[in-house]
Design a protein around this ligand. Structure first.
Ligand code: PBG
Length: 329
């Protein structure tokens, strides 16, 4: 059938009709908010390239967590900004590390909040790369052991889930084995499975002070041009024991998400990264776009493409709007 029998505008006539046929719905429970924890005391500073997002010392974190819980956001992902960095990233897997401190504090006060941790060395290494350097490149197998130590130290501090973002080969199996051997067989792994070497991470690297001091990340993160390789990454991570698969960044890779949705049955996450957030904020500050509407359209598009979970700096802004809408209805 076609026009004049089919008239799609019939179901667009009123707000109620439109609501009835809406296919994709955002919920507060879709979101995971990234949090930057900085070593020290009494720190709460806004990150200039991420308006509205702050770095907190552990003692200043609880107030923020209260707000996150009141907005019904179920989970946070922690990134550490340590005082000391060295070539091996030792502050990343120390029992007294800043992320380990933060986990203990949060889980003590708010046991139901899901605390996920980013497992990667780049925030803790003096050279800013995601692993151990040998012959001017990141050494895959030497890095695996340190990643496993980091994941284990997060687990011991009380994390609910670990999220390796380093893109070393074999890291999911190595981390899974280390967790299982230490009796953490129930702790889930969210794998940054298809992580691309992206310019969209720019503001994050300022926030986490993790810009590589030489070269770039192209020998371990993926080429933005490759979809088939992204599928291979995900197949491998499933075989190695990942519980949730992530695609990162989100917007330029919606096709990867869609492809993953049709192929795999695992929950899918998408990371709406710092550059995607910063561009919207910058344009809306200038009055060039309606920031709230752009935000919602972006988040809906990510969910429509197939994401079950969205890691996003917009989590609080969007949750606030969803809550207000619910109250108004
Ligand atoms: C650590 C890591 C990065 C991001 C998340 N985990 C930076 C990078 O790989 O350079 C980026 C997140 C964002 O841009 O919001 N490896």
């Amino acid at each position: 059938m076609s026009f004049p029998v089919d008239r799609l505008r019939r179901l667009r006539k009123t707000p109620t009709l439109r609501r009835m046929v809406q296919e994709t719905h955002l919920q507060c429970s879709d979101f995971i908010l990234p949090l930057f924890v900085e070593e020290g005391k009494n720190i709460s500073i806004e990150i200039s390239s991420l308006p509205g997002i702050r770095r907190f010392s552990p003692d200043k974190l609880l107030h923020e967590i209260e707000e996150i819980i009141s907005l019904e956001i179920p989970a946070v992902i922690l990134f550490g900004v340590p005082e000391n960095k060295d070539p091996m990233g030792t502050s990343g897997y120390s029992e007294k590390g800043v992320v380990q401190q933060a986990i203990r504090l949060i889980k003590k006060e708010f046991p139901t909040l899901v605390v996920i941790t980013d497992v990667c060395l780049c925030e803790y290494t003096s050279h800013g790369h995601c692993g151990v350097i040998k012959n001017h490149d990141v050494d895959n197998d030497a890095t695996l052991e340190l990643l496993a130590r980091m994941a284990l130290s997060h687990a011991e501090a009380g994390a609910d889930m670990v999220a390796p973002s380093d893109m070393m080969d074999g890291r999911i199996r190595t981390i899974r084995t280390a967790l299982d051997e230490a009796d953490f067989c129930d702790l889930a792994i969210m794998s940054y499975a298809a992580k691309f070497a992206s310019a969209f991470y720019g503001p994050f690297r300022e926030a986490a002070e993790s810009t590589p001091q030489f070269g770039d990340r192209r020998s371990y993160q993926m080429d933005p041009a490759n979809l088939l390789e992204a599928i291979r990454e995900m197949v491998l991570d499933i075989e190695e024991g990942a519980d949730i698969l992530m695609v990162k960044p989100a917007l330029p890779y919606l096709d990867v998400l869609r492809e993953a949705r049709t192929r795999f049955f695992h929950p899918l996450a998408a990371y709406n990264v710092s550059g995607e957030y910063a561009m919207v904020k910058a344009a809306s500050e200038r009055g060039w776009v309606d920031g709230d509407r752009i935000m919602e359209e972006i988040l809906v598009s990510i969910k429509r493409a197939g994401a079950d979970l969205i890691l996003t700096y917009f989590a609080k802004d969007m949750a606030r709007i969803l809550q207000e809408r619910k109250r108004g209805n």
